[in-house]
Design a protein around this ligand. Structure first.
Ligand code: FE2
Length: 316
């Protein structure tokens, strides 16, 4: 799989319009990943069967219009085909994070996809790319949130609706990005129904891919069918610098109550913040904050299709 400038392996209908708006505007275009053998349900079941515990997240979330919650669980040794069946009959979301690192076939595909993007939308070099596979229940949703790296969403099976919001206040505030950078919890951002009046809405079918400007808040609603999607992320030098500023500004705001005035990613102020956040990372203050906010609250119930078993509060 060696893509060239003329390759249509990943994007069969990319045109100049897509290259011109890439990274600047939310955009939807078609892709060919959903036809690959790597994404049949049999292949996905086999992948789950061998997936390392530390690289997946199982999320249980609230229904539409009901109480909003988001908590993590465990597939508890169930077979991959059963896990997919439980998701089809429940209200869950399995994220096979880092699939590119876990299985090099997906890693090769990720590399090919980003090579093709780089050829078609030339810009700053992209690195530390990651791929995740999301298997999610009918009517499941991903709450309003923002991500720190560059992101794209590739629909493989099923249908979902993507809402992309402006990346300015009130939709996105500096403290929102700082909290994500410090605590790694993306879904605590304030959200009101009327935000949707300002969203761009994309209906994603199998074979559709969406990309949006860095940090743009978004949320996702599945239609009434099992969904399989791929998320990809990437970093550039400037995205890394923005992340360091978010960490440093978050520390200033959270730890000493100072409201940061600059988000510059060059100059002496930037380098002071880069050094400060590096020191705090070494003290492991940040990783301790994250650990306290991630607990396993449930596991799949092998007796009840789509069911879960609540777990008690785990020991520290
Ligand atoms: Fe996201």
């Amino acid at each position: 799989m060696t893509p060239s400038a003329n390759s249509d392996m990943v994007f069969p209908h990319w045109n100049d319009k897509h290259g011109a708006v890439w990274g600047h505007q939310p955009v939807k275009l078609d892709h060919a990943l959903h036809r690959l053998p790597l994404f049949t349900f049999e292949a996905l079941a086999d992948l789950i069967d061998h997936y390392p515990r530390e690289h997946y997240s199982l999320i249980h979330m609230g229904g539409r219009g009901g109480r909003r919650f988001w908590r993590e669980g465990d597939i508890a040794g169930m077979k991959g085909a059963e896990v997919i069946d439980w998701i089809r009959n429940g209200r869950m979301w399995l994220n096979l994070r880092n699939v590119n690192a876990v299985d090099r076939r997906y890693g090769a595909l990720l590399d090919a996809a980003y090579q093709e993007v780089a050829l078609r939308a030339p810009g700053a070099p992209m690195f530390d790319t990651k791929m995740g596979i999301l298997i999610s229940s009918p009517l499941a949703q991903v709450y309003y949130h923002a991500d720190l790296p560059g992101q794209a969403l590739w629909q493989i099976h099923g249908k979902k609706r993507l809402y992309v919001y402006p990346r300015s206040a009130p939709f996105l505030r500096p403290e929102d990005l700082e909290n994500i950078a410090l605590f790694g919890v993306e879904v605590d951002m304030p959200y009101h129904d009327w935000y949707d009046e300002f969203a761009q809405v994309f209906d994603l079918d199998a074979g559709d891919m969406a990309h949006w400007p860095l940090n743009a808040p978004h949320r996702v609603e599945n239609l009434d069918c099992l969904n399989v999607s791929v998320t990809t992320e990437h970093w550039t030098r400037d995205i890394v610098r923005r992340h360091k500023v978010n960490v440093a500004n978050g520390l200033l705001r959270t730890a000493i109550g100072h409201t940061p005035r600059s988000r510059a990613i060059t100059g002496p102020g930037y380098w002071t913040k880069a050094a400060m956040q590096a020191v705090m990372r070494r003290t492991r203050w940040i990783s301790r904050q994250r650990a306290q906010r991630r607990e396993i609250a449930f596991r799949l119930d092998p007796q009840t299709r789509g069911g879960i078993i609540e777990l008690g509060t785990p020991a520290e």
